[in-house]
Design a protein around this ligand. Sequence first.
Ligand SMILES: NC(=O)c1ccc[n+]([C@@H]2O[C@H](COP(=O)([O-])OP(=O)(O)OC[C@H]3O[C@@H](n4cnc5c(N)ncnc54)[C@H](O)[C@@H]3O)[C@@H](O)[C@H]2O)c1
Ligand SMILES: [Fe+2]
Length: 390
Amino acid sequence: MKAFKASLPLALDFQVGAIKHIGEKVEPFGKKVFLMIDPFLQDSDLVAQITGSLVERGIGFVDFYDIVPNPRHTTIDHAVVMVREAGCDVVVAVGGGSAIDSAKAVAFVAVHGGRCWDYTERLGETVTRPQSRGLPLLVVPTTSGTGTEATPFAVINNPELGLKCAIVNPFIYPNVALIDPQILVSMPPRLTALTAIDTFCHALEAFISIHCTPWVEMVALEAIRLFAANALRCVQQGEDLEARASMAFASTLGGMAIASAGVTVSHALGQPLGAMTDAPHGGTVAASTPYVVSWTLPVCTDKFARVAGILEPSTLSLTEGDRALRLPDILKSLFASLGVTDTFRSYGLRPEQVDDFALTVWTSFNQDLACHPKKINNKEEVADIVRMCF
Ligand SMILES: NC(=O)c1ccc[n+]([C@@H]2O[C@H](COP(=O)([O-])OP(=O)(O)OC[C@H]3O[C@@H](n4cnc5c(N)ncnc54)[C@H](O)[C@@H]3O)[C@@H](O)[C@H]2O)c1
Ligand SMILES: [Fe+2]
């Protein structure tokens, strides 16, 4: 068996109603919270419950709602100034991946100083990589997709440079993640579908990554099974708490898988597409993944065949090779059944932009390309894959 290491340096608290105990969870960490709340929750009963629970425990707070999808580096720098001026000693985030990634960066930069963008990984540039934790951080996901509660990454957007890059640091994990399936029932069908596909792509990409280990394989395949059994139910019957809980678990498992094995080409193409066009993250990886699988075959035939068998059990009668060949079409029709038919063209990328786009992928997402099981030798090969995604 391949040697491996695995760790999950955070406490996961997974239960319906967990949010009601947020004050109790925050108490050991500090006295004044920087409370970063996804703007869709502004003036909601949930926020009243959260702030009520903090006040009950004598914990002060400063609230912050200025969060946009594909979170901006400038927002984080601004929030860091507020944290310092208000003397906050703990950060709490309630929201989607963008809110949680923002909070991970704020908690980190508030302690270590400087500008958020300087912490992001960019090939050939000087990167700030602190070797200790930031402020204590508690997160409450309101989407089931990114798994960011269980990763050492925070993905940050720099629209001035047209780049979305990640802080990658083992000290950026939250201290606590409260996962409360009740909160997830408010997700509308399209957001539910896009985020579920993101989870699937994390699991698939970690499973085929050259860094996949027996640990990652177990975690990723369980995430794929849970996605296959629950994504459509969550889209069609959003109130189904059992399905919501299972997708939330899949999302956390997907995060754990990429935390160990990284992502591959689909995410390397999806992230810059999100930066250029502000497309939703799940849609960008939905648009690339079937074509990336086609391009990768026959490399990874055995793994693609296993995934096809989970998603479409009727293919189990086929040979391994034939089952793997069916995977791109299985993915296209599965994503379409969830209502997601987005393409690079529909997000506004124009054919004449492909070469520049491929250069960005090649220079800024080399780490992800390097995890892919089929070697990518140059930016021209990246451009070939991008053209397939139109
Ligand atoms: N750090 C990581 O490990 C990691 C992994 C994958 C993706 N990401 C990043 O996460 C971001 C995407 O996060 P996301 O997919 O969760 O979406 P998001 O956080 O960008 O939210 C999308 C929209 O949905 C709204 N929203 C969130 N929860 C809702 C709910 N329950 N009901 C109604 N509306 C709701 C938000 O206000 C926002 O307008 C991207 O920037 C992506 O790059 C990070
Ligand atoms: Fe993702």
